[in-house]
Design a protein around this ligand. Structure first.
Ligand code: GSH
Length: 214
């Protein structure tokens, strides 16, 4: 398997952290967005969206980071990270959708796009109105996350799942983007649990000020 990624972007981090957590045999290839690697015809043939990450497994090509999480976790069904029972699976799917629609596109990712990705992609200065909207949405959705984590070790209960990888991958970026993660005690407690996983720690990239959310 090969993963096409640009760490420390959260969409890259989540798939790298899961690969490391599961000990999967998988090469990583850097997609340098600042150099336009995502625009190369060979890359566009894999992902016509011209975005990373992408997974390639023996001719099977998969884009969308949360779909990649499902696929990687399916390689180790006994890990329980992608449950097979209908309610467990739907609960995880709920959080994968929430992460993509709200945590990424409307809050952390919106602020990251304006403050970091625009620079990486050469798209000009940030638009303050989008930063303000992203910060306001962060307060809204971080409160939901904090409340839902109350009384739970992990996002969907006692067991770690790929939902934790998807949502938790944004916390280092949120901190670097000065989003006030520290105001949410349940998020802080839960994230400490993720950071204690050896595979998670091994995936951290020390890159202060550089492409935290690209
Ligand atoms: N929903 C997608 C989002 C992927 C995405 O937005 N990737 C960004 C950077 S992390 C990208 O490749 N941007 C390049 C561009 O838009 O030109 C996923 O989760 O995989």
């Amino acid at each position: 398997m090969e993963l096409y990624v640009l760490p420390p972007s959260p969409r890259a981090f989540k798939v790298i952290a899961l690969k490391n957590h599961l000990g999967l045999d998988c090469e990583t290839r850097i997609v340098d967005l600042s150099k336009g690697d995502q625009l190369a015809p060979s890359y566009v043939a894999m992902n016509p969206n011209r975005k990373m990450p992408v997974l390639e497994d023996d001719g099977f090509v998969l884009w969308e980071s949360n779909a990649i999480l499902c696929y990687l976790a399916s390689k180790r069904p006994r890990s329980g990270l992608w449950p097979s029972d209908p309610r467990g699976q739907a609960d995880v799917l709920r959080w994968l959708a929430w992460e993509s629609a709200h945590w990424d596109a409307e809050s952390c990712g919106m602020v990251g796009y304006e403050r970091v990705s625009r620079g990486v992609l050469g798209l000009g200065p940030a638009e303050p109105a989008f930063i303000a909207r992203g910060e306001s949405n962060f307060a809204r959705f971080a409160a939901v996350l904090d409340q839902m984590l109350s009384g739970r070790r992990w996002l969907t209960g006692d067991a770690l799942t790929i939902a934790d990888f998807a949502v938790g991958a944004w916390i280092p970026s949120a901190q670097n983007l000065a989003l006030p993660v520290q105001n949410y005690p349940e998020i802080t407690r839960w994230y400490a649990g993720l950071e204690s996983l050896p595979g998670w720690r091994a995936s951290m990239v020390p890159a202060p000020g550089a492409r935290e959310s690209g």
